[in-house]
Design a protein around this ligand. Structure first.
Ligand SMILES: [Ca+2]
Length: 329
């Protein structure tokens, strides 16, 4: 009887916690070498930034204008998103099975971005392991990986729309902790441009005044997860979205769908800032551009996997702790 009373007393509180978006859900995945996923519930948010936010961040006025106007976006259907950025180990399974090859990559050398025709995702110009985020891959390269993953699992994998990415970034950091992160705390929160990068390139660079231990990419998941269980949303690698880039949010869709300008995008929107990103970049609303074919050491991606029903992962398996991502089939 005492136990029953206790359960009755506890149940309402537990239900409340489970329904709160800040509860970190259990990750799942569709196969042992597939990316780990977390669920992003349906909801609505204000996309873009306010003048107060960009002024406080010290963002240049012309960049700030790209984040406006702020507008309401309703995400009617929940989706699953990568718990971490796509890793070298995960991409290697695809590359081995399909014979993928692609060389040539933009890297930061001595404080300037330079194209290295010999660099690729296995050898981007700094040391990487299976646990590193996959870089030196274009949006088109990742599209091939996502199509292969969809065929292999029977689920629809794709890049997030810009709105989906920004929604997950906001929902994962409801207190805007990252936005408020200053020089002292930044190096424990994310892999951005820092003292170790300045030392590695031997040149001044806009950066945090602290050392996060990673001049280039950090192994995925090295920094704390957000409230949705996602790691490295800000920093590490900037992430491709499916959206064609437009210079501001005028006329942007209100339903979270992909923004398109024609049959193919000339330029895409990239989100999140990278290891080379300066402090003002690490905000949900920040956006930069890339062409669909460009490969760079600061560009990577995170998967979206559509849910079979609005909030359930379907037949996916929970993640076994002894089975790390990219650890083989
Ligand atoms: Ca860093």
């Amino acid at each position: 009887l005492a136990l029953a009373v206790l359960l009755l007393a506890v149940r309402p509180a537990a239900a409340q916690v489970a329904s709160a978006s800040t509860t970190e859900p259990a990750p799942f995945r569709d196969c042992a070498s597939c990316p780990e996923l977390v669920v992003v519930p349906a909801g609505a948010f204000q996309m873009g930034s306010t003048e107060t936010e960009t002024k406080a961040a010290g963002l240049a006025a012309e960049r700030a204008a790209t984040e406006r106007p702020q507008h309401l976006v309703t995400i009617a259907r929940g989706f699953a998103i990568g718990r971490k950025e796509i890793s070298v180990g995960e991409f290697a399974v695809y590359a081995e099975q399909t014979g993928f090859s692609g060389k040539g990559c933009w890297g930061l050398v001595g404080g300037a971005w330079q194209q290295d025709p010999a660099a690729d995702w296995r050898d981007p110009g700094f040391e990487v392991t299976d646990a590193s985020p996959a870089v030196c891959l274009s949006r088109d390269d990742f599209a091939g990986y996502l199509a292969w993953l969809s065929k292999r699992t029977g689920h629809r994998y794709r890049l997030p729309s810009e709105a989906e990415w920004e929604y997950a970034a906001q929902l994962g950091d409801p207190a805007r902790r990252i936005v408020a992160t200053g020089d002292a705390a930044a190096c424990g929160a994310l892999n951005g441009a820092d003292a170790s990068l300045r030392a590695a390139i031997g040149k001044p660079w806009p950066s945090f005044d602290c050392d996060d231990g990673h001049p280039w990419t950090a192994p995925i998941g090295s920094f704390p997860a957000n409230a949705l269980g996602m790691h490295d949303v800000f920093g590490n690698v900037a992430e491709f979205t499916a959206d064609c880039y437009l210079p501001n949010h005028l006329g942007a869709p209100g339903d979270g769908s992909v923004r398109v300008t024609g049959p193919a995008c000339a330029v895409l929107t990239v989100k999140g800032g990278s290891w080379a990103g300066e402090p003002a970049f690490f905000r949900p609303a920040f956006r930069v551009t890339a062409t669909p074919q460009v490969r760079g050491t600061g560009f990577g991606a995170r998967v979206v996997r559509e849910l079979d029903s609005p909030e359930t992962p379907g037949d996916a398996r929970p993640v076994a702790p002894a089975n790390p991502p990219g650890g083989g089939l």
